[in-house]
Ligand binder design. Structure first.
Ligand SMILES: C[S@@+](CC[C@H](N)C(=O)[O-])C[C@H]1O[C@@H](n2cnc3c(N)ncnc32)[C@H](O)[C@@H]1O
Length: 211
């Protein structure tokens, strides 16, 4: 509830985040996410916010079918305006709750969720991950972007506002053994890409006959 009000009030300024933290295209998590997407895949960007990942994927993978979904109408309004300017006919946005989307079972090759997990209390995060697993095809992959505090001194300073402002769930997630965590959902981390202030995890759905 607190976050819904937060994103309602900050939607117009949200993209400053990319301007401040993800300026270096070579080390941007946005680029790392796109590199995980194949040419003709069906892709969901869940909790897409102002559409940074969804729009980049749709532009750089014009043959992919891309969907962005978010619970905040204000964030979606910014995303739709950006899509209009970018011109991305292969991208649709939907107003949806990530815990109970209206998509069919096993309909996406890839699902991206960026900078979201650390904001969710354990129980809510668990419900979202279960829902995303339902939506993934058998060989599908979840692509999670999460904060990773930098060891470089000046980056540490610039990251301080994020480090101080994020909720308790952020600190809990930082300490978590993510391999073990995702395993409990029948998911397996297959690659970690280290980017500016973040890491991008490629997480595979383990088929029931493999367990
Ligand atoms: C930190 S922003 C991340 C936005 C975007 N993924 C990015 O990388 O910039 C978190 C987003 O999650 C959305 N969100 C939070 N809970 C949600 C839920 N239950 N269902 C859908 N979206 C949700 C918020 O509205 C917000 O737009």
């Amino acid at each position: 509830m607190y976050y819904q009000l937060y994103y309602k009030l900050t939607a117009g300024a949200y993209d400053l985040l990319d301007f401040v933290y993800f300026r270096n295209p070579g080390k941007s998590p946005r680029k790392a996410v796109v590199s995980c997407i194949g040419k003709k895949e069906s892709v969901l960007d869940i909790c897409c916010g102002t559409g940074a990942n969804a729009i980049k994927i749709a532009k750089e993978r014009p043959d992919a079918k891309v969907v962005g979904a978010d619970i905040s109408k204000e964030m979606l309004a910014v995303a739709k305006e950006k899509r209009r300017k970018a011109g991305a006919p292969n991208l649709k946005f939907y107003h949806m709750d990530a815990t109970k989307t209206e998509f069919k079972d096993a309909c996406f090759d890839k699902i991206s969720m960026a900078l979201v997990l650390h904001e969710m209390p354990e129980e809510l995060a668990g419900r979202v991950i279960c829902e995303l697993k339902r939506l993934l095809k058998d060989n599908g992959e979840l692509i999670i972007t999460e904060w990773e505090p930098s060891k470089i001194r000046w980056q540490k300073l610039l990251f301080l506002p994020i480090h101080l402002m994020e909720p308790k769930s952020y600190r809990i997630l930082l300490k978590k053994d993510l391999n073990a965590y995702f395993k409990t959902f029948g998911l397996e981390i297959v690659e970690t890409k280290h980017c500016d202030y973040t890491k991008v995890l490629r997480i595979r759905k383990v088929k029931s006959d493999e367990r």
